[in-house]
Design a binder for this molecule. Structure first.
Ligand code: NAD
Ligand code: DAU
Length: 396
């Protein structure tokens, strides 16, 4: 059973064994056999103790019983080994604490496990932290990715039955105005240390394909939400502050726009791309759910009030407009048609339902939130928000 098998049960075109696909850019119709290009058997997952990696592994280990997964994670403030405690009893999953930029370690792991797949999630991932400490981002995101690529090149030595999949972000394309969409061929224009470091990593991944023929794929996804997200990010931060009755900081006027993608949908897209995409290709993965930050915050506050049986509108007064993020990208929005037409993948979750489930998950997992926050969260929160919250730009 794999993610595709699970989707077969709800997708008649896949049940017939063919994916009909329309290449809308060239006005052609084509039919793609569902035969995978790549069957992962021994997978190095990096950063699997983080938000998206944990969600991926929890699904993938179940869906691919023949496959062995090794999770290499440094357990930075963002990594929680306990997320995957349920997998540790089984023989299909192994956890290794270590740094992706450690060439000797990654080489030794490759020799021991004969990986045929690298699924690379590990990164410093928070834009605000990249503004406070950019070099950490260059080190992990650029040097770490370069180290993994070099190990893969040496270990695979020209093999074509292998895959290096880089999990990347739509932020590499920069900032959109009110109109337009990013596409796979949009020119890179990163504007924060985080997005510049991810763009650098993408360029290296492509360079290894062009120069050495390394079979790579890249997926650039929009903003994820769902279980296990570290509470520095907007959605879990709003939920936890609302529950505590604490101020909810909204940067600028809250009119910046993001496209929200449920992490479960992102993981199913990753699984599809890893197996079915042509080597050398790139796919954008979006949720098709664009909202301004203020809309998202208001919706979340409504959902928290409903979940806690508070009178409607109780938490709205917590919104505090604060000093904006420097260089704040105005809008991200993706054209997902290549993924839809080539690989017949579209997101399955509706945003309001997905957020309702997410609020319920955080409310039911208060202990997870407490343990996660105990690490360095309070120190970070103080640095990032104290002045902002003490000096709001306006209140609602
Ligand atoms: P996260 O911050 O929650 O997790 C990152 C994980 O990487 C953590 O477990 C951390 O311990 C590990 N890590 C960090 N540095 C490491 C190192 N040097 N060696 C080994 N492990 C290390 O991140 P996330 O939100 O799960 O994002 C995963 C990937 O997806 C990232 O590459 C990110 O750029 C990309 N992405 C994220 C989103 C999003 O909305 N969260 C959207 C698009 C793309
Ligand atoms: O687009 C994909 C990217 O989405 C990923 O590559 C990143 O790893 C991920 O962190 C995310 O980046 P953003 O900067 O868009 O996400 P964040 O949750 O930090 O912020 C979402 C929006 O909310 C953004 O416009 C900034 C705003 N914001 C955020 C925080 C934390 C606030 O207004 N207040 C806040 O306190």
């Amino acid at each position: 059973m794999d993610f595709l098998y699970l989707e077969l049960q709800r997708c008649p075109t896949l049940q017939r064994g063919l994916i009909p696909a329309r290449d809308s850019r060239q006005g052609r119709r084509k039919r793609l056999a569902t035969t995978a290009h790549h069957y992962p058997r021994s997978v190095l997952v990096t950063g699997g103790a983080g938000f998206i990696g944990s969600n991926y592994l929890l699904q993938a280990v179940k869906a691919h019983p023949e496959t062995r997964f090794v999770n290499l994670d440094a357990l930075t403030y963002a990594g929680q080994r306990e997320n995957l405690a349920a997998l540790e009893a089984g023989s299909a999953y192994t956890f290794v604490q270590g740094d992706i930029a450690d060439l000797d370690l990654v080489t030794a792991l490759s020799e021991e496990h004969a990986f045929d797949t690298v699924l690379h999630f590990a990164a410093e991932s928070h834009v605000d932290r990249s503004i406070l400490d950019p070099l950490a981002f260059v080190r992990t995101n650029v040097m770490g990715t370069a180290t993994l690529l070099e190990c893969a090149r040496r270990a695979w030595n020209g093999r074509t039955d292998v895959r290096f999949h880089h999990i990347s972000t739509d932020e590499v394309f920069g900032s959109l105005g009110p109109e337009g969409l990013f596409r796979e061929d949009t020119a890179y224009d990163p504007r924060s240390p985080y997005s510049a470091s991810k763009a650098g990593a993408d360029h290296l991944v492509r360079a290894y394909h062009e120069t050495y023929g390394l079979p790579i794929v890249i997926s650039n996804a929009s903003n994820n939400y769902g279980p296990f997200q570290y509470p520095e990010k907007l959605i879990p931060l709003v939920i936890q502050n609302a529950v505590a009755g604490a101020p909810v900081p909204v940067y600028g006027k809250g009119d910046n726009v993001r496209d929200w993608l449920h992490v479960g949908d992102h993981c199913s897209a990753i699984d599809r791309i890893l197996q079915y995409a042509e080597p050398g290709s790139t796919y954008l993965v979006g949720g098709g759910e664009e909202r301004s930050n203020l809309e998202i915050v208001r919706l979340l506050l409504k959902l928290v009030d409903q979940a806690l049986d508070r009178p409607e509108g109780t938490s709205l007064k917590l919104i505090q407009f604060v000093t904006d993020r420097p260089g704040h990208d105005f809008r991200y929005a993706l054209d997902g048609s290549k993924l839809a037409t080539d690989l017949d993948w579209t997101p399955s979750r509706n945003l309001e339902e997905g957020l309702r489930e997410t609020v319920a998950w955080y409310l039911a997992n208060g202990t997870w939130m407490e343990q996660t926050r105990n690490r360095s969260y309070d120190e970070y929160y103080e640095t990032q928000y104290r002045d902002r919250i003490d000096n709001p730009t306006e209140t609602t």
